[in-house]
Design a protein around this ligand. Structure first.
Ligand code: SF4
Length: 93
């Protein structure tokens, strides 16, 4: 099965574009992480972003999940760890 590609953001953008630093919290449990996860919930490409991140990102908030939550998803699906250096997003702005 081919790995997912990052979905193209809509022309009017996605929540993380306005202030991307908030999507890189110090820990998966801090308040910034909770805020970013809540903002992701309104994102029109949430599902595609999450699927891409499960395969490609081991840090930060992506698709409404923390790094710890994506690790749990990978384990449940028996997927390998993401690459050390994430692949370039195709379709990203
Ligand atoms: S779902 Fe992905 S693209 Fe959308 S705001 Fe969250 S991290 Fe950004």
């Amino acid at each position: 099965m081919p790995e997912p590609t990052f979905p193209a953001p809509p022309e009017d953008g996605v929540p993380c574009q306005a202030n991307p630093d908030l999507w890189w919290p110090q820990t998966s449990e801090d308040r910034t992480a909770a805020w970013a996860k809540a903002a992701c919930a309104s994102c029109p490409i949430l599902d595609g972003c999450l699927e891409w991140a499960v395969h490609n990102e081991s840090h930060g908030i992506w698709g409404g999940t923390t790094a710890v939550e994506r690790t749990r998803i990978r384990k449940a699906r028996q997927l390998p760890a993401p690459p050390l250096f994430p692949r370039r997003m195709s379709g990203a702005a």
